[in-house]
Design a protein around this ligand. Structure first.
Ligand SMILES: *Cc1c(COP(=O)(O)O)cnc(C)c1O
Length: 835
């Protein structure tokens, strides 16, 4: 018998524990090597280092660590982690003076890893990718979400092509998270008073490099069953369950941060779900500063940013007033000091309409000093969605800007792509400003790029023929049934289509003319294969019918094996697909895809996009980088337009995509295709990265908002003008404001334009008097007037300094609240027009 191996040292065990619990491994291909060397079978099955570590027996671990290579990997991984945490970051270097204490980022879902399945799709993707990029860049972010016992449903496909929803249990002990502990080392629990008594929230912590994600759940045995079930499923249940979840996320979430001692300057609401956090924040401020809640709201607002993700009114969370009253009266009256009617008014367009539903997005807008959409087009769409909150304001000035989403490239790149980018741009390439990165990629030769593509495509096909086969099978009454086995070829043009099967995404557009698609697939000279995946919400019957249609199509004998529908689309499958495919197709109805992110994931891997001009692609597309569908206009659900889009899709595939992919030079390289790969990688990858997104959020929003927040915070009690008072007086006195004679002399007369204003009960210092003309070539034409002299009976003469550009008749006089202290029009949507 061989001598027993020495037990791994405690230091090594601790090191492995630290590494397994830091989700930094989700964007570090070297970590794959470490965990595979510890326990290859468990690692390949679970892709979860925490399970790999805790389920490996001591003797197996000792055996693995007896291998000097494994030992060396542990050492270099720990050194790598130390370096990661200590290196000077973009944020440290650029903003060294503590201009931002912390950003609290709230989201219903986070898609960090398959090992922590608490997401459904795009929203969680955006949240997690930004958190990872914040860690890379050193932007101080603490995130808050919910720990769902069952997450979002898992999908099985029956022989009839029906989707079956399954809800496996997330055992917290097997997730890469830790319970939050008190300084004494006890379990941290949060107690919340409700009308029916005390409920308990449990708190967990996930380490994401430099960032922390706190997760709350209600599955505490001390709670009644109805409470324990609040955090069971993501996007399951009815409006009541959703409301309760949003209360836990927002109110519980802020309470958690506050209790743990966090005092973030910024609260970033990722979608309206989390808007209650803004109220709880104001409540905590009121308590800490000993000021009324309404004053604390003004301070809190200065440091709150709301990112909206929906492109249709139906996407907003709406709650019946009765439901709000039954669940929030206690909180509102005893904690905020608001009557339930005052509370309801915060989420209504018309505060006096007692039938109007409570809109979480309205609450979020009213709680923020900045609002943004997630692509340029979505910014525009959102301005029209929120226009009713800003009556008589020109749509262009509805205060919603945009930051286009990006993906966290190191999370989505293949090993081959990672190698290639490392050679071109160095190891720390995604941690700075990305300058020069595109040029480095442009220097790469055709065969280097093509080699990377072929290796990555092969990787996908290997994975599909081995590990993914098992997910294609179910056992039913008829015994074992499997979707047709893929017969994929490593050299075929490989097309990917995977996403939520929602009607607006038109996942069946490619099936519009099945015969035409079959002709394409049967061409033996130009082999094409399609890999599909996607879940439809369990209540979405139309979406599920589209899945059935595809599953049936896959089983056609004449194309069998060339089109595969992969069950249970999840992050791990998405990673494999975006790394391997040559072409990614996306066919939403414009403008309903607010941004879309899956197409961005193929960029780093040299995949190309063919998509509707919607969301991010509407601003990214140019002929050098891919193909675009549609005319760039909105057609709603018009079937005639679906038809013409489908025709265009086939035509692009037949006349452009296939010819370019199969036109090869003497070395077998498709030069025109590779030219597109190069340009797409060089130009689009940096631009649609979460690195760029997080830098924009930091510089456009976090830093200026934090300054404003600090100013207001410091202003409390120091005798400076009380904004709360000023705002109140503006709202109450606005009707007393009058515009008198307005004179705009003709151009060249050399005389200043002037106007007579009577501020009524308002202090003229609070007013901004402007000449406004319709925007010309996109640029807003607004000219401010200055106070010239006081006249009789309260009238004041105002005049311009400069000549007005354009015709006098273009201009109208208007008055808005002065913009230096208040966020206008967010905090005071007032405007008075001359006519
Ligand atoms: C990226 C991703 C999504 C979002 O993709 P869209 O293009 O926004 O539809 C959804 N689900 C998974 C698993 C993903 O990886």
């Amino acid at each position: 018998m061989a001598a027993a191996l020495p037990r791994p040292s405690r230091a090594t065990e601790n090191a492995l524990k630290i590494l397994a619990l830091d989700l930094h491994w989700t964007w570090n291909h070297e970590a794959d090597l470490l965990w595979r060397s510890i326990n290859p079978d468990l690692w390949d099955r679970t892709r979860n280092p925490w399970i790999t570590l805790t389920r490996t027996s001591k003797s197996e671990l000792a055996k693995a660590l007896a291998n000097p290579d494994t030992k060396a990997l542990v050492k270099t991984s720990m050194e790598g982690r130390k370096y990661e945490l200590e290196r000077s970051t973009w944020f440290d270097q650029k903003y060294p003076h503590g201009s931002l204490s912390e950003v609290a980022y709230f989201s219903m879902e986070f898609m960090l890893s398959e090992a922590l399945p608490i997401y459904s799709g795009g929203l969680g993707n955006v949240a997690a990718d930004q958190l990872k990029a914040a860690s890379d860049l050193g932007v101080p972010v603490v995130a808050v979400g919910l720990l769902y016992a069952q997450g979002y449903f898992r999908q099985e496909i029956t022989p009839e092509g029906l989707q079956k929803a399954l809800y496996p249990f997330n055992d917290p002990a097997q997730l890469p998270i830790q319970p939050v502990l008190t300084p004494e080392g006890d379990l941290f629990r949060l107690s919340v008073q409700t009308a029916t008594g005390e409920i308990w929230l449990r708190a967990w912590k996930a380490v994401v490099g430099r960032a922390t994600l706190y997760l709350l759940d209600t599955n505490d045995p001390a709670n009644p069953p109805a409470i324990r079930c609040i955090t069971t499923q993501l996007y399951g249940g009815d409006a009541e369950l959703r409301l309760r979840q949003e209360m836990v996320l927002g109110i519980g979430g802020w309470m958690l941060l506050h209790t743990l001692g966090h005092r973030p300057d910024i609260c970033h609401l990722n979608e309206g779900h989390a808007a209650f956090a803004a109220l709880e924040r104001a409540r905590c401020l009121a308590e800490d500063l000993n000021i009324p809640f309404s004053q604390a709201q003004v301070i809190a607002r200065a440091g709150t940013l709301f990112t909206t993700h929906t492109a249709v009114p139906a996407g907003f969370d709406l709650f019946p007033p009765k439901l709000i009253a039954s669940h929030l009266t206690f909180y509102s009256e005893t904690r905020l000091g608001l009557s339930i009617q005052e509370f309801l008014a915060l989420g209504r367009l018309d505060p006096s309409n007692r039938d109007e539903f409570f809109n979480m997005a309205y609450l979020a807008v009213r709680s923020s000093c900045a609002v943004n959409g997630v692509s340029q087009l979505h910014g525009e769409v959102s301005r029209s969605l929120f226009a009713p909150l800003f009556p008589r304001w020109p749509q262009a000035e509805v205060p919603v800007s945009f930051v286009t989403n990006g993906v966290h490239t190191p999370t989505w790149d293949s090993v081959a792509a990672d190698d290639l980018w490392t050679k071109a741009g160095g190891k720390g390439r995604w941690e700075g400003t990305l300058e020069g990165l595109g040029d480095a990629i442009r220097q790469l030769d055709d065969d280097v790029l093509w080699q990377m593509r072929c290796t990555s495509r092969n990787g996908l096909i290997q994975a599909l023929s081995e590990e993914l086969r098992s997910r294609q099978c179910t056992v039913g009454e008829e015994g074992l049934w499997c979707l047709p086995s893929p017969a994929l070829k490593p050299d075929a043009l490989t097309i990917g289509f995977a996403r939520r099967f929602a009607t607006y995404k038109r996942p069946d557009l490619l099936l519009h003319d099945e015969d035409r698609l079959v002709r394409l697939l049967k061409d033996t000279n130009r082999p094409v294969q399609i890999i599909l995946a996607g879940k439809a919400h369990p209540k979405d019957m139309e979406g599920q019918a589209m899945i059935t249609r595809w599953v049936n199509f896959c089983q056609r004998q004449d194309i069998v094996g060339k089109v595969v529908f992969l069950a249970d689309y999840d992050m791990a499958l998405a990673q494999k697909m975006v790394q391997g495919v040559d072409l990614w197709i996306n066919t939403p109805r414009r403008p309903w895809e607010a941004s879309g992110t899956s197409g961005m994931k193929v960029l780093v891997n040299g995949g190309l996009n063919l998509s509707e001009r919607d969301g991010w692609w509407a601003e990214a597309y140019r002929p050098e980088v891919g193909w675009a569908l549609g005319d760039g206009l909105e057609h709603g659900g018009d079937p005639a337009f679906d038809h013409s889009d489908a025709q265009e899709l086939y035509r692009l595939l037949e006349e452009h995509v296939l010819p370019e992919f199969f036109e090869r030079n003497e070395k077998g390289i498709p030069c025109a295709w590779v030219a597109k790969i190069r340009e797409s990688m060089a130009h689009l990858t940096p631009q649609f990265s979460a690195n760029r997104t997080v830098r924009e959020y930091t510089e456009i929003f976090y830093l200026p908002l934090s300054q404003r927040y600090r100013d207001r915070h410091l202003g409390v009690g120091s005798g400076t003008m009380d904004l709360h008072d000023c705002r109140k007086k503006l709202l109450e006195g606005w009707k007393s404001l009058q515009i008198g004679e307005v004179v705009i002399p003709n151009k060249g007369s050399g005389r200043a334009a002037h106007a007579f204003i009577n501020p009524g009960r308002l202090d003229p210092a609070w007013l901004e008097v402007q000449f406004y003309a319709e925007p010309l070539e996109g640029s807003v034409r607004v000219v401010s007037l200055r106070r010239a002299e006081n006249l009789q009976e309260g009238w004041i003469a105002y005049e311009t300094d400069a000549d007005l550009r354009g015709e006098a008749s273009d201009y109208t006089l208007r008055i808005i609240p002065a913009t230096n202290a208040l966020c206008v029009p967010l905090e005071a949507p007032l405007i008075l027009w001359q006519r």
